[in-house]
Design a protein around this ligand. Structure first.
Ligand code: AHR
Length: 531
């Protein structure tokens, strides 16, 4: 085990210059040579540590080995010693591989230090199996354009007692590998699981993890076999409010052989951490399950025939690409969270899936989720009330995609209350500051553009992230909190004629007026109108 530790440290210390983007294979080969040399010098015999058993050990011992395993949280396979993911920092475009600690969890501290005073995105999610089915930002497809990499620090969670980072996928983000090894093709059987979140989803296409087309196009029914999670109800009925686990088999998100749900009791899964499984024997049968990734077991939501009408799903026509966060044709307006996932060769047994769930529960996932109210802590849901004497019943809200204030009371409509509620996120461009994600348009954030505030989908660009980052400080009027714009630090979120701006005190624009400036830039962080 000591030998393993030294390997990890070497890999996690790898920093690549963007212009010299050597292949991972070359990188690993080089690292291995150095590692072997160092190992000879430092291995202390007898200092064994238990290697963590992961989901892929379980699948393998049940006869269905993993052919892909992805996680920014932890090692999913006890024999894997390599890096979990790669980040790229904005300051100089250098990249760094993030390796594992002794217990297999990600060395997030290395990321924090590499990304200090700049921002990082996740550029590679390494496959932990020997197949090298690594995921990188997805290319343009039949529907969406080139996908952006996800921010590296947007989803801090605790796992195994460590603070580590999940992958927070917004619109125009997603990952793909079109040139895989070992992934099911044609009508070969396969299984998969992922851990996602029931607090971060939408009804757009398609937050998927699994098997898809190799040319980024919709090649017809049966060309996909991926776990979907969200509230896009493709076939009626979908019971309850969701979000639901479904099977994206292409041209449809299936809850059964007939498309819609046949399970009245399945109304969705809003747990902060959700385990989802899918398996497909390629010719006759598919089954999917979900569970609370923090406790308990899995529930089978469907186990039965592959669809017969419409035709095309019996047998399947799998192509073997892997997607994450997008649809098979690169439809990329969905959002979601991804913590870990793997794909198998062969149809996993129920026993294997149950053991994987137990293994996931053992991780002790925890941390922020948008349920608490009224504080600027990341994950908290809040509303922001104006303090100027004219306007103390007015709240920051979005309306027609613009940032404005409105009077909101207990009798306001649910829509108005939703518009006036925000999920506090770690600042997208500086994690000492905050960003505000729309409560009712998840994935959209409050950002400034031409000094005016707007609600827009987070596109992952450095400009968007900076424009959507605000740094709290005591209210300029002596009351509440003021929020300076990260990239215009002398400008603060201000209401002026009920519109929202970033305004300086006495600048050249009408909205910079010094009159009432201090009061207009001071806000009370309040309990959320929509908890
Ligand atoms: O099957 C649902 C979606 O339909 C697929 O993910 C996508 O390829 C197509 O638009």
């Amino acid at each position: 085990m000591t030998r393993k530790l030294w390997r990890l440290d070497l890999r996690s210390a790898q920093i690549k210059t963007n212009g010299v983007d050597r292949s991972r294979r070359a990188l690993l080969a080089g690292a291995t040579i150095v590692t072997m040399a160092v190992s000879l010098l430092v291995v202390a015999p007898g200092t064994a540590t238990a290697a963590p058993t992961g989901p892929c050990d379980i699948y393998a011992s049940n006869g269905t080995p993993c052919v892909a395993a992805h996680s920014t949280i932890r090692s999913l396979l006890s024999t894997y010693n390599g890096p979990l993911y790669q980040v790229r920092r904005a300051s100089n475009n250098n990249t760094m591989n993030i390796g594992q600690l002794a217990d297999g969890f990600a060395n997030a501290a290395a990321q924090d230090s590499f990304c200090a005073n700049t921002t990082c995105v996740i550029t590679i999610i390494y496959d932990q199996t020997p197949r090298h089915n690594d995921l990188t930002p997805a290319p343009p497809g039949g529907v969406g354009g080139q996908d952006n990499p996800a921010p590296a620090d947007a989803l801090p969670v605790t796992a195994g007692g460590h603070t580590v980072y999940g992958i927070s996928v917004s619109g125009i983000m997603g990952y793909r590998d079109n040139s895989t090894s070992g992934i099911a093709t044609g009508s070969q059987p396969e299984g998969m699981y992922m851990v996602t979140s029931g607090t971060h989803f939408n009804n757009r296409c398609c937050f998927d993890y699994g098997n898809a087309e190799t040319n980024n196009l919709d090649n017809g029914n049966g060309h996909m076999d991926a776990i979907y999670f969200g509230t896009l109800c493709w076939f009626s009925p979908c019971n309850g409010a969701g979000p639901w686990v479904m099977a994206d088999l292409e041209n449809g998100l299936f809850q059964s052989n007939t498309g819609g749900s046949q399970n009245a009791g399945y109304t969705g899964n809003r747990n902060p951490y959700v385990t989802a499984t899918l398996k497909n024997n390629g010719t006759t049968t598919f089954a999917f399950k979900d569970g609370n990734a923090q406790s308990g077991g899995l529930s089978t939501r469907f186990n039965g025939g592959l669809p017969t009408s419409p035709a095309g799903y019996r047998p399947m026509h799998l192509e073997g690409a892997i997607i994450l966060g997008i649809g098979g044709d690169n439809s990329n307006t969905a959002i979601g969270s991804f913590f870990e996932g793997a794909m198998t060769q062969g149809y996993p047994t129920d026993a294997a899936e149950n053991s994987v769930q137990a293994n996931v529960v053992g991780v002790n996932y925890g941390g922020p989720s948008p349920v608490a109210g009224g504080t600027l802590n990341p994950g908290s849901t809040i509303s922001l009330r104006a303090t100027t004497a004219c306007c103390t019943t007015r709240y920051v809200r979005h309306q027609n995609n613009n940032g404005v204030t409105s009077v909101i009371t207990s009798t306001s409509s649910a829509a108005d209350k939703g518009d006036a509620t925000w999920i506090v996120r770690r600042g997208l461009a500086n994690n000492s500051c905050v960003s505000f994600e729309s409560r009712n348009f998840p994935g959209d954030f409050l950002r400034h553009q031409n000094f005016q505030l707007r609600r827009q989908p987070m596109d992952g660009s450095a400009l968007f992230r900076a424009d959507a980052t605000f740094c709290p400080q005591p209210g300029m009027s002596g009351q509440g909190t003021s929020f300076s714009a990260l990239n215009f630090p002398t400008r603060f979120i201000r209401h002026f004629n009920n519109n929202l701006y970033i305004a300086s005190n006495g600048g050249s624009n009408a909205f910079d007026s010094a009159n009432l400036w201090a009061a207009d830039v001071s806000w009370v962080v309040s309990s959320p109108w929509t908890p």
